[in-house]
Write a protein that binds this ligand. Sequence first.
Ligand SMILES: [Mn+2]
Length: 313
Amino acid sequence: MLCHRYPDGDTLGSAYALVRALQQLGKRAGIACSHEPGRMYRFLETAIERQSFEPRCVVAVDVAAPSMLGEPVRSKWGERVDLCLDHHASRQEFARMTYVEPDVGAAAEVILRLLPLLGVAPDREMAACLYTALVTDTRGFRTASTSPRTLRMAAGLLETGIDGAGICRRVLDVKSRGFFRLQGHALRELRFSCGGRCAVLTVTRELMERYGVRDDETEGLPPLARRVEGVLAGVTLREKENGDFRVSVRTAPQLDAAAICAVFGGGGHHAAAGCTIHRPRGKDPAGQAAAMLERSVEDALRAIGIDTKEECE
Ligand SMILES: [Mn+2]
């Protein structure tokens, strides 16, 4: 089971649940991911047994394009994916077979539809994995992708007796002290443009080192900028070790985040998408990357007839 790079709760929870289901059916199964799961997701590992084997079938979960596998997983498995289980609307076909439910709350919803077909009813461990996936991808059932079915599925998972509140605290709320300091710093320097409709939050390597924050801890940042009153596009820039910037875009319903990211070769969902800005040049690489995104957001706003010169209400 292949997870995407910088694994989040959805790709991990979905993959762990499916591996557990397969192991219960007497199959050998395991997980491959280019990055170590964040500390808050380590508890998922107890759901499965570590087995060593040469896989005959390769499945990617919550992966919209081979590049999302990251290295080394893309080089090793990217060209021999048999099945892709996903929920990204904007995606690149790369597997022999693909099953996608576009823009449903989480890839876990696809897994939850698949389990009965395998003859497996989710036990508590599987339910904890899938609940983690649902609450992380829907930010606690708050996204537009949260449907009545998402909530019904969540209800079914809670009925197995899992600690829903505990999972939410662990995967959504708790962060290190350093993270809160870093967030405070980044928020103070939040950059506004397009008449207040675009906000860019930047986290440089220097900032992460100063506050002792690891990459996996910054997963909760992308929704922040979009929460500011009047903001239609919230952009988060996170500098990688090699000087590239990981870009996350969150948009209001009238703007397509995937289209804004497609300009830079990325993609994702209508309301949430990502891309990479490769080592921007100049004295201020972060400022350069921010300006590039601001231009793309400005174009998107103009395309829907918004005058970006005028301050928003
Ligand atoms: Mn997902």
